[in-house]
Ligand binder design. Sequence first.
Ligand code: SF4
Ligand code: SF4
Length: 177
Amino acid sequence: MQALTNRVKEVDRKPMNFWDKIYLPAVIKGMAITFSHMFKKRPTIRYPEQKRPFSPVFRGLHVLNRDEEGRERCTACGLCAVACPAEAITMEAAEREPGEEGLYREEKYAARYEINMLRCIFCGLCEEACPKDAIYLSETFTPASFARKNFIYGKDDLLIPNPKTEPAAFAEAKGLS
Ligand code: SF4
Ligand code: SF4
């Protein structure tokens, strides 16, 4: 039979000798290989204590942005949802009431905003489509979970901390601290 690659190896079927039967040389050889690795440079890191630098084009977990006065930037225009090739974004718009000018920057805002991270392919098109600089993809991974419902991120999960009331958390989320 013709081989597809040149990596074919004939199986050695000759009877085992005494040293083959006690396995000791094979065990010692295996331990020597393991021992030699103790002095080699580790290719792995101790995540999460240690982290590798992100690529400049890395796209991670989404963040809903606020302006410098802490108001939500999103105006629920739906452009991000239309641009999303995975149909991962859903939202419900609401009208801003008198007295809510300090909460929402525009007259319309997203009363509900959800991203299904199981559908998301982290392409960044939502960020590019947004005319209000209201959504961006941060340098954070989506945390692992065993439950599917934990991957539906609502506004509470996505909104960046308020720079007025939580300046330290805001700076950390922006990567400024
Ligand atoms: S990153 Fe891409 S797939 Fe994910 S929500 Fe945005 S547009 Fe959709
Ligand atoms: S995040 Fe941007 S594009 Fe999406 S609904 Fe809000 S303002 Fe519109």
